[in-house]
Design a binder for this molecule. Structure first.
Ligand code: UT7
Length: 336
């Protein structure tokens, strides 16, 4: 038994905050942000705006994370229905990777089960920041291989902008909101076209945990309600560990991926990883210039864009890789 991605979907908020607009009230510039990160704009669930005293205020509607996740999931499910005849009752499990919950509980997956009418599906959430989607994909793959579930809806969704400290220009420039989803299904034959998940690897490096934290949910006077990051430490971690984990994933297979879908955090990180792998940048599609770092949503969001634009060809070998808070990192290899 092998698992296969049979459909994709994504959703980003309409509100767009460009580097130029951000520079109106933050001491930064389009030139600085682009040259250090490659980011030109980010989509946000609410626009941050300075009040009369210069304090940055944002006004979110109800459940912005739920709204984005539901829309991305709907689009993936419609594609699965149109192309593979998938019915709502075929979905056995919903896994949501997110670190920016609307509420501590219930799990967003349970809210989505009801909203999407997936009558038979179980569901729960996975908290692993930017590596969350890869963790959920690995789990879905393992369940399907083991025969526990046949069809799993995997979602990566974030509204991290809620937890950004808009006074902290090191982090506030990086993050955007969004959601991406894939439908994974069992393929008992695996003979027809060889498509499916070929391998996954996931690691944790808790010694580096303090380099990237989000303590907003445990807010009290002693803990600032915000994302905190040692940017240089995260940068070094990413450019060391991601090539390592990709080599580990490919070891013994003698395979060379056609495309690498990396977590969209920073263009310079992607460039350095490409160099270390001795691969051309053309193999590393990216959309972070438009969306910023959408954390657990970034890989499925990129995958959906590529899928819908016809850029993913049948038979192509794709390597997905991510890294983030934990510190955590992982990779997956699949044939499209
Ligand atoms: O999903 C994982 C998420 N995390 C990441 O991807 C983070 C990885 N790290 C990075 O992307 C980079 O470390 C950053 C983009 C965050 C920072 O880039 P850097 O080249 O490491 O800059 P730096 O922190 O060393 O700062 C250089 C200078 C400092 O000024 P001084 O001390 O040299 O005078 C900063 O104060 O740039 C200043 N600076 C800024 N200037 C304009 C920091 N942030 C900004 C800003 N605009 N937004």
């Amino acid at each position: 038994m092998i698992s296969k991605i049979i459909a994709t979907g994504s959703c980003v908020p309409d509100i767009c905050l460009t580097n130029e607009a951000l520079s109106q009230w933050m001491e930064t510039s389009d030139e600085w942000i682009r040259s250090r990160t490659g980011i030109g704009a980010r989509r946000l669930a609410a626009m941050p705006e300075p009040d009369a005293n210069g304090c940055i205020r944002t006004h979110y509607g109800d459940s912005p994370l739920f709204t984005l996740a539901r829309e991305a999931a709907k689009r993936a499910l419609s594609m699965a229905e149109a192309q593979k005849g998938l019915a709502p009752e075929d979905v056995d499990l919903i896994l949501v990777a997110t670190s920016s919950h609307d509420e501590l509980f219930p799990a967003l997956a349970c809210r989505l089960q009801e909203a999407l009418g997936l009558s038979r599906a179980a569901g729960y959430d996975i908290v692993l920041a930017c590596t969350g989607f890869l963790a959920a994909l690995q789990m879905a793959d393992a369940y399907i291989r083991a025969g526990v579930y046949r069809t799993v809806l995997v979602i990566g969704a974030e509204v991290l902008s809620r937890f950004v400290d808009w006074e902290d220009r090191d982090t506030a420039i990086l993050f955007g909101d969004g959601a991406g989803a894939v439908v994974m299904s069992a393929d008992p034959g695996h003979t027809e076209d060889g498509a499916g998940i070929l391998g996954t690897v996931l690691h944790a490096d808790g010694a580096g945990a303090d380099a990237l934290t989000g303590r907003a949910m445990y807010w009290n006077e002693r803990m600032p309600a915000a994302i905190r990051m040692d940017g240089r430490a995260v940068f070094s971690f990413a450019v060391r560990r991601v090539p390592e984990v990709i080599r580990e994933l490919l070891a013994g297979e003698g395979l060379r991926p056609d495309l690498y879908l990396l977590h969209q955090a920073n263009y310079r990180i992607i460039e350095t990883i490409a160099k270390k792998l001795q691969e051309p940048m053309e193999k590393f599609p990216h959309n972070l210039e438009r969306f910023g770092n959408t954390s657990a949503a970034s890989i499925p969001l990129l995958m959906d864009e590529l899928n819908r634009s016809g850029s993913l060809k049948k038979g192509q070998l794709l390597c997905l890789a991510g890294f983030g808070a934990g510190l955590s990192y992982g990779a997956a290899l699949l044939r499209w």
